[in-house]
Design a protein around this ligand. Sequence first.
Ligand SMILES: C[S@@+](CC[C@H](N)C(=O)[O-])C[C@H]1O[C@@H](n2cnc3c(N)ncnc32)[C@H](O)[C@@H]1O
Length: 256
Amino acid sequence: MEDWSARQYLKFEDERTRPPRDLLAQVPLQNPRLVVDLGCGPGNSTELLVARFPQAQMVGLDSSPDMLRKARERLPNCTFVQADIATWKPEPATELIFSNAVLQWLPDHQPVMRRLLEALPGGGVLAVQMPDNTREPGLVFQREVGESGPWRDHPEIKAAARKDLPPPEAYYDLLKPVCSRIDIWHSVYNHVMPSPQAITEWFKGSSLQPFLSPLDAAAREQFLAAYTAKIVGAYKPRFDGKVLLRFPRLFIIAVR
Ligand SMILES: C[S@@+](CC[C@H](N)C(=O)[O-])C[C@H]1O[C@@H](n2cnc3c(N)ncnc32)[C@H](O)[C@@H]1O
């Protein structure tokens, strides 16, 4: 996958920072010593963690140099490391692993979640939020355009769509055997977008990336035009011209 564009991602920073705020509000820790922001992106979630736990040693981890550069500029007193979550192991003293809008990108995130939780000391917390929006029009149209254009046989495009998340029961059975407490919930946000075209801009910073990055500039434009036409047809303007982007998300707090 092409490097994530921090600038594109931060276009909707207020909206994108609301779920990590809601996740952090449920973390049952007072004074963790070592906190890791797994998939820290440009540091927006790390900034929330620093504000809540100013005494903690804070580590942000991401695989993208572009995201890490932005995060270091934003929070020069934190440690940021480049690593792949699939193989990364936490220090034994880690008391909170916070992962907002990240694990859905791993091809097989369930064993990774279980391994991370098992690595925490007693009372340590794994806090995870993932978009659960693969059935929403915004994502269905990505798959449809991917399957219908001249790019449809490209192996990376064929593999670009995110799989549906498993249901909460699957996470319960996966994690409860190795934790003392678990809280799983969904929230559905209705983000106010200035126009249907803004929905394309939103997803250019996330789930459209794997569809766009294998394409050359002309094919990208063609893909985006076909996608935006579908978005305009489905997300109707409200009385003031704005559109609501319905966005279901899954939250998990597991206490070791
Ligand atoms: C949607 S952003 C989330 C950023 C931030 N946590 C937030 O709350 O807004 C997802 C981040 O996960 C990172 N990422 C995706 N797969 C990864 C992996 N296997 N290892 C490390 N980071 C990964 C991406 O580079 C990107 O910065």
